[in-house]
Design a protein around this ligand. Structure first.
Ligand code: NAP
Length: 247
């Protein structure tokens, strides 16, 4: 139980990688607030699963792109848990189109959720983390932010932005007991990757030295590592979980 007594919020904890992270944190002893934007039933199921593990769990509905909404939910979480130790900024979307076809709305939406969302959620908890002289912030970036991708200018920009923000915050907060790291998954078996046409999936697999996609649980274990005492001396890192796709 590496996280016994810790409290955590996972944004986008209702599905995919976020769900796996919420469950992995709970398995290690953390109480977890599960954020989602619209999928209430899956989010409730994650909460139920965490309670079965024997940990406290609450729903924390909010649109991470909406600052007042994240502020409201942060107040609810702090009221319920008393404090927050671990923030996993995982919520994210993609809206893929070549740059020529990409409209401004699609650019803004992806940046609003993937990049502004990390600002909003970190902003509403950071004072309390500094005050308690302890915090673990993990931002889920992507291999696409490191190498770029056809049809993903908005997504790649958002993730590269989060990676740069991670390093800046890590420098600002290192002496205040708060570490800030990123985990950069490669292609991971979630609805996001299931939506990729079979032909393209096949081509992607050929480019991955390990010839398989990541499991959400593999990304989740990296988050647990960074939030446990094993990761105490790590800050400003971007940990790649990509089967060798980018090295
Ligand atoms: P997913 O299965 O599509 O789940 C997305 C999650 O984000 C859901 O819980 C969703 O909530 C939540 N979300 C979306 N918009 C939100 C908003 N405005 N406010 C709050 N929550 C919101 O995605 P995933 O594949 O697990 O991806 C999770 C993270 O990993 C993302 O940041 C993604 O960019 C990153 N990533 C994924 C891969 C991959 O291959 N899958 C690779 C690299 C990085 P609802 O259920 O309520 O919609």
């Amino acid at each position: 139980m590496q996280l016994k007594g810790r409290t955590a919020l996972v944004t986008g904890g209702s599905r995919g990688i976020g769900r796996a992270i919420a469950l992995a944190l709970a398995e290690e002893g953390a109480d977890v607030a599960v954020n989602y934007v619209s999928s209430e039933t899956p989010a409730k199921q994650v909460v139920e699963q965490i309670r079965k593990i024997g940990r406290k769990a609450i729903l924390a509905q909010a649109d991470v792109a909406d600052f007042p909404d994240t502020f409201r939910t942060a107040q609810d979480v702090l009221k319920e848990f008393g404090h927050l130790d671990i923030l996993i900024n995982n919520a994210g979307i993609n809206s893929d189109k070549t740059f020529v076809k990409m409209d401004h709305a699609s650019w803004r939406k992806v940046l609003a959720i993937n990049l502004d969302g990390v600002f909003n959620c970190t902003k509403v908890f950071i004072d309390q983390m500094i005050k308690q002289n302890y915090g673990r912030v993990v931002n889920i970036t992507s291999v696409i932010g490191q190498i770029g991708n056809f049809g993903q200018a908005n997504y790649a920009a958002s993730k590269a932005g989060v990676a740069a923000m991670t390093k800046s915050l890590a420098k600002e907060l290192a002496a205040k007991g708060v570490t800030v790291n990123a985990v950069a998954p490669g292609f991971t078996e979630t609805e996001m990757v299931e939506a990729i046409p079979e032909k393209v999936r096949h081509k992607l697999l050929e480019q991955i030295p390990m010839r398989r996609f990541a499991k959400s649980e593999e990304v989740a274990r990296a988050c647990v590592y960074l939030c446990s005492s094993d990761g105490d001396y790590i800050t400003g890192a971007e940990l790649s979980i990509n089967g060798g796709l980018f090295m």
